[in-house]
Design a protein around this ligand. Structure first.
Ligand SMILES: [Zn+2]
Length: 186
């Protein structure tokens, strides 16, 4: 996974900021500081919460059976060649981690296609969402609505294409935590 440098919504607090990728999540500087403390000194936050009477925070780790695996920078990939019903050849690439599929990409020539842009954005939507689900299943990455919206927005190539429409509609269900961003996509 590459480091993100463009300003987008933090997976932690939901604010728009320059984000850094960490274990499949993207965090602003504030959240990253907390995450780093949680990672390097897991007992410190408990201790501080006890001292200040602010209660024990629920970490993503608590909700999982077993600790999440980290997605390394380089993954082995297996490429499959297949054909669709119109006999177009497709290359489907599956990134594997210890034999488990964690990311999927697909490509084809789209030679005879009249609606290239929308076909590409639809394809990108499918593979981005499947990859998100695979990371959830095999890496224990926590799924949120914001992460789903982010992948939809990144799949969009033109205003009001399918992923853009779907993310705009689904944005209405974002929680009050990131209320300030609610109408951003509208
Ligand atoms: Zn944040």
């Amino acid at each position: 996974m590459k480091k993100m440098t463009d300003a987008e919504l933090c997976d932690g607090c939901g604010k728009t900021d320059v984000l850094v990728e960490r274990d499949g999540n993207e965090f602003c500087a504030d959240c990253l500081t907390i995450v780093d403390i949680l990672t390097s000194k897991p007992e410190l936050l408990d201790h501080l919460c006890t001292l200040t009477g602010t209660g024990r925070p629920t970490t993503a780790r608590d909700t999982l059976t077993g600790s999440p695996r980290e997605l390394p920078d380089v993954l082995d990939a297996v490429r499959y060649r297949t054909r669709d019903r119109e006999l177009n050849t497709w290359y489907v690439s599956i990134s594997e981690m210890e034999g488990d599929p964690v990311e999927i990409f697909a490509s084809t020539a789209f030679d005879r296609d009249q609606h290239l842009q929308s076909r590409i954005s639809n394809l990108t939507t499918i593979t981005r969402l499947i990859s998100l689900i695979l990371r959830h299943i095999f890496l224990g990455e926590v799924l949120t609505l914001d992460k789903t919206l982010k992948q939809l927005r990144r799949s969009s190539r033109q205003k009001n294409d399918l992923p853009d429409m779907l993310s705009n509609v689904l944005s209405n269900y974002r929680t009050s935590q990131s209320e300030g961003e609610r109408h951003r996509a509208a």
